[in-house]
Design a protein around this ligand. Structure first.
Ligand SMILES: Cc1cc2nc3c(=O)[nH]c(=O)nc-3n(C[C@H](O)[C@H](O)[C@H](O)COP(=O)(O)OP(=O)(O)OC[C@H]3O[C@@H](n4cnc5c(N)ncnc54)[C@H](O)[C@@H]3O)c2cc1C
Length: 390
Protein backbone atom coordinates (compact mmCIF):
# COMPACT_ATOMS: atom_id res chain seq x y z
CA UNK A 1 0.00 0.00 0.00
CA UNK A 2 1.36 3.42 -0.96
CA UNK A 3 -0.22 6.80 -0.35
CA UNK A 4 0.76 9.92 -2.30
CA UNK A 5 0.17 13.23 -0.51
CA UNK A 6 0.07 16.75 -1.96
CA UNK A 7 1.32 19.35 0.55
CA UNK A 8 3.71 19.16 3.51
CA UNK A 9 1.85 21.47 5.88
CA UNK A 10 0.53 20.31 9.24
CA UNK A 11 -2.10 18.10 7.56
CA UNK A 12 0.18 16.38 5.01
CA UNK A 13 3.05 15.68 7.40
CA UNK A 14 0.68 14.43 10.11
CA UNK A 15 -0.95 12.12 7.58
CA UNK A 16 2.43 10.66 6.59
CA UNK A 17 3.21 9.95 10.25
CA UNK A 18 -0.16 8.44 11.15
CA UNK A 19 0.01 6.25 8.03
CA UNK A 20 3.50 5.09 9.05
CA UNK A 21 2.12 4.29 12.52
CA UNK A 22 -0.32 2.00 10.71
CA UNK A 23 2.55 0.46 8.62
CA UNK A 24 1.53 2.27 5.45
CA UNK A 25 4.18 3.98 3.32
CA UNK A 26 3.74 7.42 1.76
CA UNK A 27 5.43 10.10 -0.30
CA UNK A 28 4.68 13.80 0.26
CA UNK A 29 5.14 16.42 -2.48
CA UNK A 30 5.65 20.01 -1.33
CA UNK A 31 5.91 22.93 -3.73
CA UNK A 32 8.03 25.14 -1.43
CA UNK A 33 11.78 24.78 -2.06
CA UNK A 34 12.28 24.20 1.66
CA UNK A 35 10.13 23.92 4.78
CA UNK A 36 11.00 27.24 6.31
CA UNK A 37 9.44 29.66 8.77
CA UNK A 38 5.88 30.28 7.56
CA UNK A 39 2.87 31.47 9.53
CA UNK A 40 2.80 32.47 13.17
CA UNK A 41 1.56 30.98 16.42
CA UNK A 42 -0.90 28.14 16.87
CA UNK A 43 -2.83 26.99 19.90
CA UNK A 44 -3.15 23.21 20.06
CA UNK A 45 -5.95 21.84 22.20
CA UNK A 46 -5.65 18.47 23.97
CA UNK A 47 -7.69 16.89 21.16
CA UNK A 48 -4.73 17.58 18.83
CA UNK A 49 -1.84 16.95 21.25
CA UNK A 50 -3.43 13.65 22.43
CA UNK A 51 -2.88 11.99 19.06
CA UNK A 52 0.46 13.74 18.39
CA UNK A 53 1.80 12.29 21.67
CA UNK A 54 1.03 8.81 20.30
CA UNK A 55 3.45 9.55 17.47
CA UNK A 56 6.19 9.89 20.10
CA UNK A 57 6.48 13.66 19.64
CA UNK A 58 5.76 14.62 23.27
CA UNK A 59 9.30 15.73 24.20
CA UNK A 60 9.73 17.97 21.16
CA UNK A 61 6.26 19.47 21.50
CA UNK A 62 6.84 20.33 25.15
CA UNK A 63 10.30 21.68 24.34
CA UNK A 64 9.13 24.09 21.62
CA UNK A 65 5.64 24.74 22.96
CA UNK A 66 4.38 26.61 26.00
CA UNK A 67 1.65 25.17 28.24
CA UNK A 68 -0.41 28.25 29.15
CA UNK A 69 -1.88 28.21 32.65
CA UNK A 70 -5.05 30.05 31.63
CA UNK A 71 -7.12 31.73 28.95
CA UNK A 72 -7.94 35.24 30.12
CA UNK A 73 -10.93 36.90 28.44
CA UNK A 74 -10.85 40.70 28.78
CA UNK A 75 -12.86 43.64 27.57
CA UNK A 76 -10.48 45.23 25.06
CA UNK A 77 -10.92 48.98 25.60
CA UNK A 78 -11.10 48.85 29.42
CA UNK A 79 -8.90 45.81 30.08
CA UNK A 80 -11.48 44.57 32.58
CA UNK A 81 -11.44 40.80 33.11
CA UNK A 82 -14.62 39.06 31.95
CA UNK A 83 -13.71 35.47 32.74
CA UNK A 84 -10.58 33.38 33.39
CA UNK A 85 -10.41 29.80 32.14
CA UNK A 86 -7.94 27.89 34.27
CA UNK A 87 -5.84 25.50 32.18
CA UNK A 88 -3.46 24.41 34.93
CA UNK A 89 -5.19 21.04 35.34
CA UNK A 90 -5.83 20.46 31.65
CA UNK A 91 -3.61 17.36 31.47
CA UNK A 92 -5.43 15.73 34.39
CA UNK A 93 -8.78 16.67 32.93
CA UNK A 94 -8.18 15.65 29.32
CA UNK A 95 -5.08 13.45 29.49
CA UNK A 96 -3.07 15.69 27.15
CA UNK A 97 -1.63 19.23 27.26
CA UNK A 98 -2.89 22.51 25.82
CA UNK A 99 0.08 24.07 24.01
CA UNK A 100 0.95 27.24 22.15
CA UNK A 101 3.61 26.75 19.49
CA UNK A 102 5.02 28.47 16.41
CA UNK A 103 3.63 26.86 13.23
CA UNK A 104 7.19 26.63 11.86
CA UNK A 105 8.32 24.69 14.96
CA UNK A 106 5.40 22.28 14.70
CA UNK A 107 6.06 21.78 10.99
CA UNK A 108 9.78 21.21 11.68
CA UNK A 109 8.99 18.63 14.40
CA UNK A 110 6.66 16.74 12.05
CA UNK A 111 9.08 16.99 9.08
CA UNK A 112 11.97 15.70 11.17
CA UNK A 113 9.86 12.72 12.30
CA UNK A 114 8.91 12.03 8.67
CA UNK A 115 12.58 12.09 7.63
CA UNK A 116 13.51 9.69 10.43
CA UNK A 117 10.79 7.26 9.35
CA UNK A 118 11.76 4.81 6.61
CA UNK A 119 8.16 4.33 5.50
CA UNK A 120 7.74 7.90 4.35
CA UNK A 121 9.52 10.79 2.65
CA UNK A 122 9.01 14.46 1.66
CA UNK A 123 10.11 15.89 -1.66
CA UNK A 124 10.27 19.68 -1.49
CA UNK A 125 10.34 21.87 -4.60
CA UNK A 126 7.80 19.55 -6.25
CA UNK A 127 4.56 21.29 -7.15
CA UNK A 128 1.44 19.26 -7.81
CA UNK A 129 -0.46 20.26 -10.93
CA UNK A 130 -3.32 17.77 -10.91
CA UNK A 131 -4.28 14.12 -10.94
CA UNK A 132 -4.13 11.42 -13.61
CA UNK A 133 -7.23 10.53 -15.61
CA UNK A 134 -8.02 7.45 -13.54
CA UNK A 135 -7.47 9.50 -10.39
CA UNK A 136 -4.87 7.18 -8.90
CA UNK A 137 -1.82 9.31 -9.63
CA UNK A 138 -0.53 12.81 -8.95
CA UNK A 139 0.86 14.90 -11.83
CA UNK A 140 3.60 17.39 -11.00
CA UNK A 141 4.35 20.63 -12.81
CA UNK A 142 7.73 19.16 -13.86
CA UNK A 143 5.85 16.40 -15.73
CA UNK A 144 6.57 13.63 -13.21
CA UNK A 145 3.64 11.31 -12.46
CA UNK A 146 3.47 9.43 -9.15
CA UNK A 147 0.94 6.65 -8.76
CA UNK A 148 -0.48 5.55 -5.44
CA UNK A 149 -3.18 3.33 -3.99
CA UNK A 150 -4.56 6.44 -2.30
CA UNK A 151 -4.14 10.11 -3.24
CA UNK A 152 -4.45 12.72 -0.48
CA UNK A 153 -4.98 16.44 -1.03
CA UNK A 154 -3.36 18.30 1.90
CA UNK A 155 -2.53 21.36 -0.17
CA UNK A 156 -4.23 24.01 1.93
CA UNK A 157 -6.98 26.55 1.42
CA UNK A 158 -6.18 27.16 -2.29
CA UNK A 159 -6.07 23.39 -2.94
CA UNK A 160 -5.77 22.22 -6.54
CA UNK A 161 -6.75 18.75 -5.39
CA UNK A 162 -10.06 20.07 -4.07
CA UNK A 163 -10.74 21.72 -7.40
CA UNK A 164 -10.18 18.36 -9.11
CA UNK A 165 -12.32 16.46 -6.61
CA UNK A 166 -15.21 18.86 -6.15
CA UNK A 167 -14.93 20.65 -9.46
CA UNK A 168 -15.39 23.84 -7.43
CA UNK A 169 -13.35 26.99 -7.62
CA UNK A 170 -11.45 29.09 -5.11
CA UNK A 171 -12.36 29.48 -1.42
CA UNK A 172 -14.78 32.18 -0.26
CA UNK A 173 -13.70 35.31 1.58
CA UNK A 174 -15.37 35.23 5.03
CA UNK A 175 -15.51 39.01 5.54
CA UNK A 176 -12.86 38.73 8.27
CA UNK A 177 -9.11 39.30 8.13
CA UNK A 178 -6.26 38.88 10.59
CA UNK A 179 -3.30 41.11 11.25
CA UNK A 180 -0.50 38.96 12.67
CA UNK A 181 2.93 39.54 14.13
CA UNK A 182 5.37 37.86 16.48
CA UNK A 183 7.56 39.98 18.73
CA UNK A 184 10.28 39.37 21.27
CA UNK A 185 8.82 39.14 24.80
CA UNK A 186 11.15 42.02 25.73
CA UNK A 187 8.97 44.28 23.57
CA UNK A 188 5.90 43.26 25.56
CA UNK A 189 7.17 43.51 29.14
CA UNK A 190 3.70 44.10 30.59
CA UNK A 191 2.00 41.08 29.02
CA UNK A 192 1.89 37.93 31.17
CA UNK A 193 4.01 35.06 29.85
CA UNK A 194 1.87 32.30 31.29
CA UNK A 195 -1.48 32.70 29.54
CA UNK A 196 -3.49 33.27 26.40
CA UNK A 197 -5.23 36.64 26.42
CA UNK A 198 -8.35 37.33 24.42
CA UNK A 199 -9.42 41.00 24.25
CA UNK A 200 -12.86 41.69 22.83
CA UNK A 201 -14.14 44.86 21.20
CA UNK A 202 -16.76 45.83 18.58
CA UNK A 203 -15.71 44.42 15.19
CA UNK A 204 -12.24 43.31 16.31
CA UNK A 205 -10.56 41.11 18.90
CA UNK A 206 -6.94 40.55 19.86
CA UNK A 207 -5.36 37.23 20.79
CA UNK A 208 -1.95 37.31 22.52
CA UNK A 209 0.09 34.41 23.85
CA UNK A 210 3.64 33.31 24.62
CA UNK A 211 5.63 30.97 22.36
CA UNK A 212 9.16 29.53 22.25
CA UNK A 213 9.63 29.12 25.98
CA UNK A 214 8.04 32.51 26.61
CA UNK A 215 10.73 34.35 24.62
CA UNK A 216 8.31 35.41 21.87
CA UNK A 217 4.75 36.68 21.88
CA UNK A 218 2.25 35.91 19.14
CA UNK A 219 -0.19 38.75 18.48
CA UNK A 220 -3.24 38.44 16.24
CA UNK A 221 -5.90 41.07 15.56
CA UNK A 222 -9.01 39.63 13.92
CA UNK A 223 -11.41 42.10 12.37
CA UNK A 224 -14.26 42.49 9.94
CA UNK A 225 -13.32 44.22 6.72
CA UNK A 226 -14.46 44.30 3.12
CA UNK A 227 -10.97 45.05 1.86
CA UNK A 228 -8.24 43.08 3.65
CA UNK A 229 -5.62 44.29 1.16
CA UNK A 230 -5.86 47.76 2.73
CA UNK A 231 -4.97 46.56 6.26
CA UNK A 232 -1.61 47.41 7.77
CA UNK A 233 0.24 48.37 10.95
CA UNK A 234 -1.64 51.68 11.11
CA UNK A 235 -4.91 49.78 11.67
CA UNK A 236 -3.35 47.70 14.45
CA UNK A 237 -1.97 50.78 16.18
CA UNK A 238 -5.23 52.74 15.75
CA UNK A 239 -7.32 49.95 17.31
CA UNK A 240 -5.45 50.08 20.63
CA UNK A 241 -5.00 53.87 20.77
CA UNK A 242 -7.11 54.21 23.91
CA UNK A 243 -6.59 50.70 25.30
CA UNK A 244 -4.60 49.89 28.45
CA UNK A 245 -0.83 50.40 28.40
CA UNK A 246 0.11 46.68 28.56
CA UNK A 247 -1.44 45.75 25.20
CA UNK A 248 -0.92 49.18 23.56
CA UNK A 249 2.80 48.95 24.28
CA UNK A 250 3.02 45.48 22.67
CA UNK A 251 0.92 46.28 19.60
CA UNK A 252 2.70 49.56 18.83
CA UNK A 253 6.16 48.07 19.44
CA UNK A 254 6.35 46.90 15.84
CA UNK A 255 5.44 47.91 12.30
CA UNK A 256 5.79 44.30 11.14
CA UNK A 257 2.07 43.51 11.02
CA UNK A 258 1.00 41.31 8.14
CA UNK A 259 -2.59 41.03 6.89
CA UNK A 260 -4.17 37.63 6.17
CA UNK A 261 -7.58 37.51 4.51
CA UNK A 262 -9.54 34.70 6.15
CA UNK A 263 -10.94 32.44 3.44
CA UNK A 264 -13.34 29.59 4.08
CA UNK A 265 -14.04 26.26 2.40
CA UNK A 266 -17.38 24.53 2.86
CA UNK A 267 -16.95 21.48 5.13
CA UNK A 268 -20.16 19.88 3.89
CA UNK A 269 -19.17 19.16 0.27
CA UNK A 270 -17.34 15.97 -0.82
CA UNK A 271 -14.14 15.11 1.06
CA UNK A 272 -13.42 11.95 -0.99
CA UNK A 273 -14.25 10.44 -4.37
CA UNK A 274 -15.55 7.32 -2.58
CA UNK A 275 -12.71 5.25 -4.11
CA UNK A 276 -9.12 6.31 -3.56
CA UNK A 277 -8.86 10.05 -3.11
CA UNK A 278 -9.37 12.19 0.00
CA UNK A 279 -8.94 15.77 1.18
CA UNK A 280 -7.63 16.70 4.63
CA UNK A 281 -7.02 19.92 6.57
CA UNK A 282 -7.68 23.35 5.09
CA UNK A 283 -8.07 21.81 1.62
CA UNK A 284 -11.28 20.18 2.88
CA UNK A 285 -12.55 22.77 5.37
CA UNK A 286 -10.56 25.99 5.90
CA UNK A 287 -12.36 27.77 8.74
CA UNK A 288 -12.31 30.95 10.79
CA UNK A 289 -9.58 30.68 13.45
CA UNK A 290 -11.91 31.72 16.28
CA UNK A 291 -11.94 28.27 17.89
CA UNK A 292 -8.15 27.94 17.37
CA UNK A 293 -8.83 24.54 15.83
CA UNK A 294 -7.88 24.65 12.11
CA UNK A 295 -4.59 22.82 12.60
CA UNK A 296 -6.22 20.66 15.30
CA UNK A 297 -8.84 19.49 12.82
CA UNK A 298 -6.12 18.86 10.20
CA UNK A 299 -4.29 16.61 12.69
CA UNK A 300 -7.52 14.80 13.62
CA UNK A 301 -8.31 14.29 9.89
CA UNK A 302 -4.87 12.80 9.30
CA UNK A 303 -5.22 10.43 12.25
CA UNK A 304 -8.71 9.32 11.23
CA UNK A 305 -7.89 8.84 7.54
CA UNK A 306 -4.85 6.70 8.34
CA UNK A 307 -6.87 4.46 10.68
CA UNK A 308 -9.66 4.07 8.11
CA UNK A 309 -7.18 3.15 5.34
CA UNK A 310 -5.46 0.67 7.65
CA UNK A 311 -8.67 -1.01 8.83
CA UNK A 312 -11.01 -1.08 5.84
CA UNK A 313 -11.26 -1.84 2.12
CA UNK A 314 -10.47 1.42 0.30
CA UNK A 315 -13.97 2.43 -0.81
CA UNK A 316 -15.30 1.81 2.70
CA UNK A 317 -12.31 3.64 4.19
CA UNK A 318 -13.15 6.74 2.14
CA UNK A 319 -16.84 6.79 3.07
CA UNK A 320 -16.16 6.06 6.73
CA UNK A 321 -13.53 8.83 6.89
CA UNK A 322 -16.05 11.29 5.45
CA UNK A 323 -18.89 10.11 7.70
CA UNK A 324 -16.78 10.41 10.83
CA UNK A 325 -15.03 13.70 10.05
CA UNK A 326 -17.67 15.82 8.33
CA UNK A 327 -20.08 16.27 11.28
CA UNK A 328 -17.25 16.83 13.75
CA UNK A 329 -15.56 19.51 11.64
CA UNK A 330 -18.87 21.12 10.76
CA UNK A 331 -19.63 21.51 14.47
CA UNK A 332 -16.26 23.23 15.02
CA UNK A 333 -16.78 25.50 11.99
CA UNK A 334 -20.17 26.62 13.35
CA UNK A 335 -18.72 27.21 16.83
CA UNK A 336 -15.97 29.39 15.29
CA UNK A 337 -18.58 31.44 13.38
CA UNK A 338 -20.57 31.91 16.58
CA UNK A 339 -17.46 33.04 18.46
CA UNK A 340 -16.83 35.62 15.73
CA UNK A 341 -20.31 37.07 16.19
CA UNK A 342 -20.06 37.01 20.00
CA UNK A 343 -16.57 38.49 20.25
CA UNK A 344 -17.38 41.46 18.02
CA UNK A 345 -20.70 42.59 19.54
CA UNK A 346 -21.18 46.26 20.28
CA UNK A 347 -23.47 48.48 22.39
CA UNK A 348 -26.05 46.86 24.69
CA UNK A 349 -25.40 43.41 23.23
CA UNK A 350 -21.72 43.66 24.16
CA UNK A 351 -22.72 44.76 27.66
CA UNK A 352 -25.05 41.77 27.96
CA UNK A 353 -22.28 39.43 26.71
CA UNK A 354 -19.81 40.86 29.23
CA UNK A 355 -22.32 40.47 32.05
CA UNK A 356 -22.93 36.87 30.96
CA UNK A 357 -19.20 36.09 30.95
CA UNK A 358 -18.79 37.60 34.41
CA UNK A 359 -21.44 35.42 36.01
CA UNK A 360 -20.13 32.34 34.21
CA UNK A 361 -17.14 30.85 36.03
CA UNK A 362 -14.10 29.76 34.04
CA UNK A 363 -14.88 26.20 35.13
CA UNK A 364 -18.31 26.32 33.50
CA UNK A 365 -16.85 27.90 30.38
CA UNK A 366 -14.18 25.24 29.90
CA UNK A 367 -16.74 22.47 30.41
CA UNK A 368 -18.59 23.90 27.41
CA UNK A 369 -15.58 22.86 25.32
CA UNK A 370 -15.37 19.27 26.58
CA UNK A 371 -16.81 18.08 23.27
CA UNK A 372 -13.83 19.67 21.47
CA UNK A 373 -10.97 18.79 23.83
CA UNK A 374 -12.08 15.36 25.04
CA UNK A 375 -12.36 13.97 21.51
CA UNK A 376 -10.08 11.09 20.53
CA UNK A 377 -9.76 11.03 16.72
CA UNK A 378 -8.26 7.55 16.72
CA UNK A 379 -11.05 5.96 18.76
CA UNK A 380 -13.70 7.89 16.82
CA UNK A 381 -12.33 6.65 13.51
CA UNK A 382 -12.71 3.08 14.67
CA UNK A 383 -16.40 3.68 15.31
CA UNK A 384 -18.32 2.24 12.40
CA UNK A 385 -21.62 3.87 11.48
CA UNK A 386 -24.42 1.48 12.43
CA UNK A 387 -22.38 -0.12 15.21
CA UNK A 388 -22.21 0.93 18.85
CA UNK A 389 -19.03 2.79 19.88
CA UNK A 390 -16.56 0.99 22.19
C1 LIG B 1 -4.81 34.05 11.93
C2 LIG B 1 -4.86 32.55 12.04
C3 LIG B 1 -4.72 31.96 13.29
C4 LIG B 1 -4.79 30.57 13.42
N1 LIG B 1 -4.70 30.03 14.68
C5 LIG B 1 -4.84 28.69 14.82
C6 LIG B 1 -4.74 28.11 16.12
O1 LIG B 1 -4.52 28.79 17.11
N2 LIG B 1 -4.89 26.76 16.21
C7 LIG B 1 -5.11 25.97 15.13
O2 LIG B 1 -5.26 24.74 15.30
N3 LIG B 1 -5.21 26.50 13.89
C8 LIG B 1 -5.07 27.83 13.70
N4 LIG B 1 -5.13 28.37 12.46
C9 LIG B 1 -5.40 27.50 11.30
C10 LIG B 1 -4.19 26.73 10.83
O3 LIG B 1 -3.10 27.59 10.58
C11 LIG B 1 -4.54 25.95 9.56
O4 LIG B 1 -5.80 25.34 9.70
C12 LIG B 1 -3.52 24.86 9.29
O5 LIG B 1 -2.23 25.40 9.19
C13 LIG B 1 -3.88 24.11 8.01
O6 LIG B 1 -2.89 23.17 7.71
P1 LIG B 1 -2.87 22.46 6.28
O7 LIG B 1 -1.70 21.56 6.33
O8 LIG B 1 -4.21 21.92 5.98
O9 LIG B 1 -2.64 23.64 5.24
P2 LIG B 1 -1.35 24.55 5.01
O10 LIG B 1 -0.70 24.89 6.31
O11 LIG B 1 -1.78 25.67 4.14
O12 LIG B 1 -0.34 23.60 4.22
C14 LIG B 1 -0.53 23.30 2.86
C15 LIG B 1 0.81 22.91 2.27
O13 LIG B 1 0.61 22.49 0.92
C16 LIG B 1 1.58 23.12 0.10
N5 LIG B 1 0.98 23.21 -1.25
C17 LIG B 1 -0.04 24.01 -1.66
N6 LIG B 1 -0.31 23.80 -2.95
C18 LIG B 1 0.56 22.84 -3.37
C19 LIG B 1 0.78 22.20 -4.62
N7 LIG B 1 0.05 22.50 -5.70
N8 LIG B 1 1.76 21.25 -4.70
C20 LIG B 1 2.50 20.93 -3.61
N9 LIG B 1 2.36 21.52 -2.41
C21 LIG B 1 1.39 22.47 -2.29
C22 LIG B 1 1.82 24.47 0.76
O14 LIG B 1 3.06 25.03 0.35
C23 LIG B 1 1.79 24.08 2.23
O15 LIG B 1 3.05 23.66 2.69
C24 LIG B 1 -5.01 29.75 12.28
C25 LIG B 1 -5.10 30.34 11.02
C26 LIG B 1 -5.02 31.71 10.89
C27 LIG B 1 -5.10 32.33 9.53
Amino acid sequence: MKVVIAGAGIAGLSAALFLARNDIGSLVFERAPELKEVGAGLQLGPNATRVLLRLGLGDQLRHFGVAPRAIDVLDGPSGERLVLMDLSDVETRYGAPYLTIHRADLQAILAEAVRRNHATDVWTDHEVKGITKGGNGIVLTNGHVEHGDVIVGADGVWSKMRQKLRGSGPPTYTGYASLRTTISAELAPHLPRDRVQLRLSPNAHIVAYPMRGGEEVNLVINMRTNDPSELGPGDAHALVENWPEDIRHAVTATQAWRAWPLNGVSPTKAWTNGKHMALIGDAAHAMLPFMAQGAGMAIEDACCLAACIADLPLDEAMTTYEQVRMPRVNQVVKAAQLNGRTYHLSGPLAKARNAGFKVMTGERLIRRFDWVYDYDAETASRFRPGQPAD
